[in-house]
Design a binder for this molecule. Structure first.
Ligand code: ZN
Ligand code: ZN
Length: 664
């Protein structure tokens, strides 16, 4: 009798023969592509041991999708080396909605190359090549992969070093054993192999035809410009053609909404080369949006008890040592400038300067909470490779606020700030959000300042407020700043993407560094807690998100031009102008299209400019003392008495309404 072992399959106990693989338990179900054994993801070929608990992992689960995409990355790499045997392999992890693989090649890939690669991938997939795992040693792997310098660099890196080595490198090595995966064709011939920790699909056929090579871009090896530049190919893979199509549609929609493109089309802002990477100039129309946002948030801060202050863009470096930004935040700051024997730095945040305002005189408990706020022009040394339009810039305007409170006041102040943020999101029409709680990474104490007790207390206070809000709460372990944990509001935009927006941070480190004090009611000297909050975060970034959220069709109050007057013919110019003048007196932003274009062309231009109200008038309107409105969706309302028309526009601005169609 063959020996049997006992395993637990999705909770049920089963007796199976010795040598049984995880895959044998789910035989016949092609949707199961890997398994979880004792918490670890493994290949279906993994041989089970007595007492193992086994969970099936389906291709459409998050883990299953990662394995599908990562396996597709292997197929891509095999295709690249079929087409160009001299290509050297970097790494190829799964990413959100897809995968990439990095290659060292002589010449960057062209769009035609990508098409050829997609065809080659399909051929490999159709061959039904198996993936099989082989344990090796460092030395044997070095000998076998002597032609792959980047892979060899990864060998020997284990554990935490791997994640540091390169984003995604832990997909290659970093498990307990060093392993190579072989691809065999049906006839047993070895087609390809790659250093990888796995797991993978049992065979390439499971990738099917719902995949696509999407684009290529340059990427430095291990993310550092000191290293060679590789070519990264991105792709996507899905369990079905329908899902692939839905994804590509989402991608096309995102492209249409790209704020870099819309910013040019709508004449909002630009990124002149002369300024340098990640630096923006706002044109008059973009300036209107920026000013509306600033007016709004300044007013709201005053209503919420903040006092408006002002501080410079640069400071002597010592200030940032006192705050701890140096050395903890040094990588994100611009390098020092030498002047009159002192080193100066551009500020990356305003807190150290607000601390100086706090410290400028003695403070009593009666003054707390003391709330300071400004528009801080701050500068962050983002790598040129990650700079992206307005959403990742090097120079930005932060609505930088700091609340100084007693420890006992901290929970109520955090609640107050959270309500403030959520109200702001509702006013900007982004009412779909969740919270993230970023905490310390206990395994890297060197990256965080302060005692365990302080961290525990601060984290507990934030967690309590976040939980009590009843909003969806996601943990972000390790995401805290060096000086304390934070809550952030993650907003979902119109097409379901999430953006980190407002942040609320609890800080006990800077008050200690600056020796901030207040006199308590018993006369003793106490240290306040400082709560950093940014509502928009960066105004530039928020504008970028709004442009994409609204696809450029802003709510009336934010629209650079709120009403565009289009007379049916030139003889009605004066009449339309007289109506527009009445609107201007109500504070409405108007323009008259007095160009030589014919009427239909003017209407097309207005629609492209995404103006909420196109105000039209011809003979009937003039005779009746009325106007007609054309809305963004092309619907029209005719013969509206002028008084009523003005009232409708003014009410829509006040209500921060999004107007796209006729209300009637
Ligand atoms: Zn792999
Ligand atoms: Zn701050």
């Amino acid at each position: 009798m063959p020996a049997t072992i006992t395993v637990h399959v999705a909770g049920d106990e089963r007796s199976v023969g010795e040598g049984t693989t995880a895959g044998a338990l789910f035989e016949g179900d092609r949707s199961i592509v890997v398994a979880r054994v004792g918490g670890e993801l493994v290949d279906l070929a993994h041989v089970l041991a007595d007492g193992d608990s086994v969970e099936p992992v389906a291709i459409d689960s998050p883990d299953g999708l990662n394995v599908l995409r990562h396996s597709a990355a292997h197929v891509l790499a095999q295709a690249v080396q079929q087409v160009d045997p001299s290509a050297k392999l970097g790494i190829g992890p799964p990413i959100r909605d897809g995968f990439y693989y990095d290659f060292d090649v002589e010449v960057p890939f062209t769009p035609d190359d990508l098409k050829v690669l997609e065809k080659t991938m399909q051929r490999i997939i159709n061959e039904g090549q198996t993936f099989s795992r082989r344990v090796t040693t460092d030395d044997a792997a070095r000998a076998e992969l002597h032609d792959e310098p980047y892979k060899i660099e990864l060998i020997g890196l284990k554990g935490g070093d791997v994640a540091e080595a390169a984003e995604g490198a832990d997909a290659e090595v970093g498990g307990g054993e060093l392993t190579i995966y072989d691809n065999h064709r049906k006839d047993g011939e070895l087609a390809w192999r790659d250093l990888c920790r796995g797991p993978h699909l049992p065979d390439t056929k499971l990738i099917g035809n719902a995949f696509k090579v999407t684009r290529s871009a340059a990427a430095y090896w291990r993310g550092s410009e000191k290293n060679p530049q590789l070519q990264r190919i991105y792709g996507t893979a899905w369990p079905s053609k329908d899902e692939l199509k839905a994804y590509l549609d989402r991608l096309a929609e995102a492209e249409k909404r790209d704020h870099r493109k819309l910013g040019i089309e709508l004449d909002l802002y630009s990124f002149p080369d002369e300024l340098g990477s990640g630096l923006v100039v706002f044109h008059p129309r973009g300036g209107i949006i920026k000013r509306e946002m600033e007016d709004y948030v300044r007013q709201r801060h005053v209503e919420e008890g903040f006092q408006y202050v002002g501080t410079p863009h640069i400071s002597k470096e010592g200030l940032f040592y006192t705050s701890g930004h140096l050395p903890y935040y040094a990588e994100s700051m611009f390098p020092p400038m030498e002047m009159e024997g002192a080193s100066y730095r551009l500020k990356a945040m305003s807190c150290p300067m607000h601390n100086l305002i706090y410290r400028s005189r003695g403070r009593s408990y009666r003054e707390l909470p003391l709330r300071l706020f400004e528009f801080g022009g701050v500068y962050r040394n983002e790598k040129s490779g990650v700079v992206h339009g307005l959403t990742r810039v090097r120079g930005m305007t932060q609505d930088d606020s700091h609340s100084y409170v007693t420890k006992a006041q901290a929970p109520a102040e955090i609640q107050h700030l959270l309500d403030f943020c959520l109200g702001l999101f509702r006013d900007f029409g982004m009412a779909d959000y969740y919270l993230e709680l970023s905490t310390r990474d206990d395994s890297k104490p060197e990256k965080f300042v302060g005692s365990d007790e302080d961290w525990a207390e601060a984290t507990a206070v934030l967690a309590e407020v976040a939980t009590a809000s009843g909003l969806e709460l996601v943990a972000d372990p390790g995401g805290a700043a060096y000086y304390g944990p934070k809550i952030s509001v993650q907003a979902r935009d119109a097409i379901g993407r999430t953006w980190q927006m407002s942040t609320i941070q609890y800080d006990f480190v800077q008050p200690a560094g600056f020796q901030l004090e207040y006199q308590a009611s018993d006369g003793s000297r106490q240290q306040p807690v400082m709560i950093h909050s940014a509502k928009f975060g960066s105004i530039e970034r928020f504008i970028g998100v709004l442009v994409e959220h609204y696809a450029g069709a802003f709510p009336v109050w934010l629209s650079p031009v709120q009403v565009l007057g289009v007379p049916v013919a030139e003889e009605y110019d004066a009449y339309v102008l007289s109506v527009l003048e009445q609107l201007v007196r109500k504070g409405v932003r108007v323009e008259l299209d007095a160009s030589d274009d014919r009427f239909p062309k003017k209407i097309r231009n207005a629609s492209k400019a995404k103006v909420p109200y196109v105000l039209i008038a011809g003979e009937d309107d003039r005779a009746a003392g009325a106007v007609s409105f054309r809305y963004r969706d092309g619907s029209q309302r005719n013969g509206i008495p002028v008084e009523e028309a003005i009232a409708e526009i003014v009410a829509a601005i006040e209500a921060k309404a999004q107007v796209t169609t006729s209300p009637a």
